[in-house]
Design a binder for this molecule. Structure first.
Ligand code: COI
Length: 325
C-alpha cells in the first residue's frame, strides 16, 4: 500500500510514521506542505493520502481521485474540513483518527482555571513588574455552575475531571447518554444557568454559530466561555460584542473561525488580515492559543498510527473503525 502524507511534520511525526510504515509494510511519500492544486500531482500513483486540518474542498478531491487516490485519511478527530459530499460523489473513502480525549480535557480545565483566575492579566502585569492586586481577583470553580455542551468522548472526560472540583455540572447534547451521571438540560437552560460554558461538539450545519447575539443575550452576565472544539460554533463578531458590553466576562479560545492557514504556521512576518483575532488578542480577559489542546506526545503517536492503520484496513477490505464514508 502506498500512502502520501501531506502536512508532514518531521519534528514530531517522523518516528511514528517510520514505525507504522514498517509495521504495516506501507510505502510513504512525505511532503511538508498542505495539499493544494499545485502539489496534488505528487500523490499520483499513491492509494491514499494523509492530511491534517487544512480544507479539502470539492475541486481538490476530484483532482486527487483523477490521480488514482482512493482514500483520504485525516490525522484529526474532526473532519469538518473535508467536503464529504464531494468525496462520496467521486467514490473516495474518508477516515479520521482518534486519540485519548484527555489531552483536550486537560487543556480545557487549564484554560477554564486560567480564565477564572484572570491569569492573562496577572502574567502581563508581572512581566512589567506590576504586582498590584486590583482587577485580578478570581473565582473558585467550586462556586460555579459549569455547562458542558457536547457529551461525546471529550465532553465526558471534561465532566469527569471537573467532578473533582465540587462545581455544579450541567450538560447539553443533541444525543443524550443515558449512562452518564449528569443533569442534562435544554440549550436555553444551560445558557441561562451557567457561570462557565465549555464547548465539545463536532462542528456541523446544525450548530454552526450556535453562539450568536441571540444566544449570548440568554447567558448570565459575566459568563466565561471556553472553546477547545471548533471556531465555527461561535459567531466571532457576536463574541466580540458580548465581551465589549460585559455580558461575557472572559473567553478562553483555542480555536477561532478562519484559523486555517494561520494556526500551526509561522506567520510572524506576514500581514495576517484577521481583524477579529487582533481585537480578541488585545483584550485582557481573552486567553488565546492557536489550536493546541490536542498537542501531546501521546496524541501525535495515535494520530499517525491510526491514519496509517485505517488506510491499510480500508484497502485490504477489512473493517475500518475510523471510516467516515
Ligand atoms: C482534531 O483532531 O480534530 C483537532 O482539533 C486537532 C487538529 C487540528 C490537529
Amino acid at each position: 500500500m502506498k500512502l502520501f502524507v501531506y502536512g508532514y511534520r518531521p519534528y514530531d511525526e517522523s518516528e511514528a510514521f517510520a514505525r507504522f510504515a514498517e509495521k504495516y509494510h506501507v510505502k510513504l511519500g512525505l511532503c511538508r506542505e498542505q495539499p493544494s492544486m499545485e502539489n496534488a500531482a505528487l500523490a499520483e500513483g499513491y492509494d491514499c493520502i494523509s492530511i491534517v486540518s487544512t480544507p479539502m474542498p470539492e475541486a481538490l478531491i476530484i483532482r486527487f481521485r483523477s490521480l488514482g487516490v482512493r482514500m483520504i485519511s485525516t490525522r484529526t478527530v474532526g473532519y469538518d474540513h473535508v467536503d464529504l459530499e464531494a468525496a462520496k460523489a467521486v467514490g473516495i473513502h474518508v477516515s479520521n483518527a482518534t486519540y485519548s480525549p484527555d489531552c483536550v480535557a486537560d487543556y480545557t480545565v487549564m484554560l477554564m482555571l486560567m480564565a477564572l483566575r484572570k491569569t492573562k492579566r496577572i502574567l502581563q502585569r508581572a512581566d512589567v513588574h506590576d504586582f498590584s492586586l486590583p482587577g485580578t481577583i478570581g473565582r473558585e470553580l467550586r462556586s460555579c455552575t459549569v455547562g458542558v455542551l457536547g457529551t461525546g468522548k471529550i465532553g465526558k472526560a471534561v465532566l469527569r475531571d471537573l467532578s473533582g472540583f465540587g462545581c455544579r455540572l450541567l450538560a447539553y447534547s443533541r444525543t443524550r447518554d443515558p449512562g452518564l451521571e449528569v443533569e442534562y438540560v435544554s440549550l436555553d437552560q444551560i445558557l441561562s444557568a451557567c457561570d462557565v460554558l465549555t464547548f465539545h461538539m463536532p462542528l456541523n450545519e446544525n450548530n454552526y454559530h450556535l453562539i450568536d447575539h441571540e444566544t449570548i443575550a440568554k447567558m448570565k452576565t459575566g459568563v466565561v466561555l471556553v472553546n477547545t472544539a471548533r471556531g465555527g460554533l461561535i459567531d466571532t463578531a457576536a463574541l466580540i460584542d458580548g465581551l465589549e458590553c460585559g455580558r461575557i466576562g472572559a473567553a478562553a479560545l483555542d480555536v477561532l473561525e478562519d484559523e486555517a492557514g494561520l494556526f500551526h504556521f509561522d506567520r510572524k512576518s506576514d500581514q495576517i488580515g484577521h481583524r477579529a483575532m487582533s481585537v480578541l488578542k488585545d483584550m485582557p480577559n481573552v486567553i488565546f492559543t492557536p489550536h493546541m489542546a490536542f498537542y501531546t506526545q501521546e496524541a501525535i503517536g495515535d494520530m499517525v498510527g491510526h491514519s496509517v492503520e485505517s488506510c491499510v484496513l480500508e484497502l485490504s477490505g477489512k473493517d475500518n473503525p475510523w471510516r467516515i464514508i
